[in-house]
Ligand binder design. Structure first.
Ligand SMILES: [Zn+2]
Length: 440
């Protein structure tokens, strides 16, 4: 552990610390920002007697943060801002999260805990593949890995051939990435005859920023010969590093001395019992620039356990994110999430890792097409020889996938099995859905 004492606090002490930090955060809001204090239903630090009293306060939404652009809800004097990051929302006004020097230190601390939980030490060579810029990924890992003392390769996003070259020539042992980026690296490696197991010493991949299925995880780990770790966090909470799964892989630990987690019913906002799936709501306990009180993350997960983990850490564990409510697709009255489709597709060895769900409106009715690539390695068929796809077997596989989708969703979709490399490869986060219904 990076901070053994704090990471393994007995629950009673941990909750006492949370309560103290929550009161300090409320005091900070009252002392620094009357507009923010006003929206707290008239309650202040003195009204909070136990952690459940968090329910005295209203939820804070992404829309609230957008309307506060740029600094409407910040709680530190402007001269104390050290830097900022911005949410990667695709539409509308961005959300700006300024960091004070203490925020930057807090960020380094939580990311250092995360990479340590993933087994990274100062002996490692750590390649940072998320971008350095407004997106928080690159810098977050930079601070955290610096604190641990490993050698950093700050290459940032893209340049896949150079990524592979560095992994081989500079002896990279661990890397961080947006969850779908390893698929790009694997693809370029296949083209170049590069074999991760033969040509690199990689052993750890820390992946996040996207919902990624267990099926995708198995593929990435198998091809790269790594153990992967699922890291959580978002721009609004202060950046990547709110928690990570440890080597037990039995849920994602949240650093509870920094974050108070609630699970609520997505529709009603009512609190849920541990184990029930719902929307994660985050209150920051140590952030200064933009403290969050009951921030609705739109992430759907559940609390797996508040018991101490076999690794010795006591922070509660949440399930890997199952979906983001913003990603919900509604076609012909059926609600579903891209990850459900991904799990089904990637459960088939003949199917590649790239897919795109296209929804259109044709003659007044919704039409869904699932474009998915066939599995391939450097353009060669790598599956079972007996199943080498011919035009006929491809058609049969497409029909089978369509039937399986229908059985799962109750929704008929055309499955279009494409050649490997046919779908576009966007930089940054993967694009899995193209909804053309409202674009005219
Ligand atoms: Zn653990």
């Amino acid at each position: 552990m990076y901070q053994p004492q704090l990471e393994s606090l007995p629950r009673a002490e941990l909750e006492a610390l949370q309560l103290e930090q929550l009161r300090a955060t409320l005091k900070r809001i009252h002392d620094n920002n009357p507009r923010y204090a006003e929206r707290l239903n008239g309650f202040g630090p003195g009204d909070v007697r136990c952690l459940d009293d968090i329910r005295l306060f209203p939820f804070l939404t992404k829309e609230d943060l957008r309307q506060a652009y740029p600094f409407g809800l910040t709680c530190a004097p402007r001269k104390d801002f050290a830097r900022m990051h911005m949410s990667s929302g695709t539409t509308g006004t961005p959300i700006i999260c300024p960091h004070t020097p203490n925020d930057v230190r807090q960020w380094a601390e939580i990311v250092a805990r995360c990479v340590t939980a993933a087994g990274v030490t100062r002996e490692d060579v750590f390649q940072i593949t998320p971008s350095f810029g407004l997106f928080n990924g690159g810098f977050g890992f930079h601070y955290g890995v610096s604190a641990v003392g490993a050698m950093i390769i700050p290459i940032g996003a893209g340049r896949s051939p150079l990524q592979l070259q560095f992994m081989r020539d500079l002896g990279t042992t661990a890397f961080s990435a947006i969850a779908s980026y390893p698929l790009r690296l694997i693809e370029v490696a296949d083209k170049e005859g590069f074999d991760f197991r033969r040509d690199t010493q990689l052993r750890v991949g820390i992946l996040g920023a996207e919902i990624w299925s267990d099926e995708m995880r198995r593929r990435i780990e198998g091809r790269m010969g790594i153990e992967s770790f699922d890291i959580s966090g978002m721009t609004e909470s202060g950046g990547v590093g709110m928690g990570i799964d440890c080597a037990e892989h039995d849920g994602i630990h949240v650093w509870e001395d920094h974050y108070l987690i609630e699970m609520v019913n997505f529709d009603t906002g009512e609190p849920l019992d541990d184990g029930e799936w719902g929307e994660m709501v985050v209150t920051t306990l140590t952030r200064e620039g933009l403290p969050l009180i009951r921030f609705r993350t739109h992430d759907i997960t559940r609390i797996v356990s508040r018991e101490p983990c076999r690794c010795g850490r006591t922070g509660l564990r949440i399930a890997r994110l199952s979906c983001r409510t913003d990603d919900m697709i509604k076609v012909k009255g059926v609600n579903f999430y891209p990850k459900q489709v991904e799990s089904l597709l990637l459960g088939h060895g003949e199917v590649g890792s790239d897919y795109l769900i296209v929804i259109e409106r044709v003659d007044g009715a919704d039409r869904m097409t699932v474009n998915v690539e066939a599995a391939s390695e450097g353009g060669r068929w790598t599956g079972d020889e007996a199943h080498r796809p011919t035009a006929e077997t491809r058609r049969a596989l497409a029909e089978q996938l369509s039937d399986e989708l229908y059985n799962m969703l109750g929704l008929r979709a055309e499955v279009n099995l494409m050649r490997s490399g046919e779908l576009p490869r966007p930089e940054g986060k993967a694009v899995r859905v193209q909804d053309k219904r409202n674009s005219r």
